[in-house]
Design a protein around this ligand. Structure first.
Ligand code: PGA
Length: 247
């Protein structure tokens, strides 16, 4: 799966141009593996633009419940609008909005209860990376948020080293591959049904480095921020994925 994370970017006109360019360049056989998470305000525009395709349209965050929670969108509201997935626990949410693993666990629970996909984002800081604490950090992010939950294929993990997000720096794909294998093991042991999730890589993915990641056994796709705002580049990434994963 290749997921675009548009963050707080886009406007009606730009989104329309993006759709036209992307649709003309992408290999349409692979569209069922593509997800786009625009801002909430553009969710319906994207749903309408892609309505004749299998592209999944999702949201970047969800609240744990509805009602008197000004500014929020609940999982129930999202599921009524046929939302395909929600990112959960992106490092920017953890950092700017003080989200912790406990809250993130509740968000995942809420999403899964409402029958759409949750993409749990995890990753270490540069300091943790340098101190060799990456695995320790990832393990606690996983177990503290999902160990009490009933997990199924609707849970996807996105490994995003914080120091690689928006920085143009990426870890060695071989290293990422072994971290993904580790993440799959941790999720398997943290879940009663030994569930093995799909694991996406995120952090400065572009159309020049995507192939090195998609060549690796345990890298099941990508979560793409900055490069997904350019429809040509995002179409190239998706087409590379189809070619290398033989979809
Ligand atoms: P980036 O962002 O591709 O711009 O590094 C990834 C993300 O934040 O999900």
């Amino acid at each position: 799966m290749i997921v675009a994370n548009w963050k707080a970017n886009g406007d009606t006109q730009k989104n329309y141009q993006w759709f036209k360019t992307f649709h003309s360049l992408v290999d349409t056989k692979v569209l069922s593996c593509v997800g786009i998470s625009p801002s909430h305000i553009h969710f319906h525009q994207l749903k309408t633009l892609f309505q004749k395709t299998d592209v999944m349209i999702g949201v970047q965050d969800i609240d744990i419940e509805g009602g008197a929670r000004t500014g929020s969108i609940s999982a129930s509201m999202a599921s009524h609008e046929d939302c395909s997935f929600s990112l959960v626990g992106h490092s920017e949410r953890r950092d700017f909005f003080n989200e912790d693993n406990e809250l993130i666990g509740k968000k995942i629970h809420s999403v899964l209860q409402h029958n759409f996909k949750a993409i749990l984002c995890i990753g270490e800081t540069l300091e943790e990376h340098k101190l060799g604490k990456t695995k320790e950090k990832l393990k606690s992010q996983i177990t503290d948020s999902i160990s009490k939950l009933n997990i199924d294929e609707k849970l996807i993990i996105a490994y995003e080293p914080i120091w690689a997000i928006g920085s143009g720096k990426t870890p060695d794909p071989k290293e990422v591959n072994s971290i993904h294998e580790f993440i799959k093991d941790v999720v398997q042991s943290a879940t009663a049904n030994n569930f093995e999730p799909k694991v996406l890589y995120g952090g400065s993915v572009n159309d020049h480095n995507a192939a090195e990641f998609f060549n690796k056994e345990y890298i099941d796709g990508a979560l793409v921020g900055g490069a997904s705002l350019d429809a040509d580049i995002f179409a190239n990434i998706v087409n590379t994925y189809r070619r290398l994963k033989k979809i």
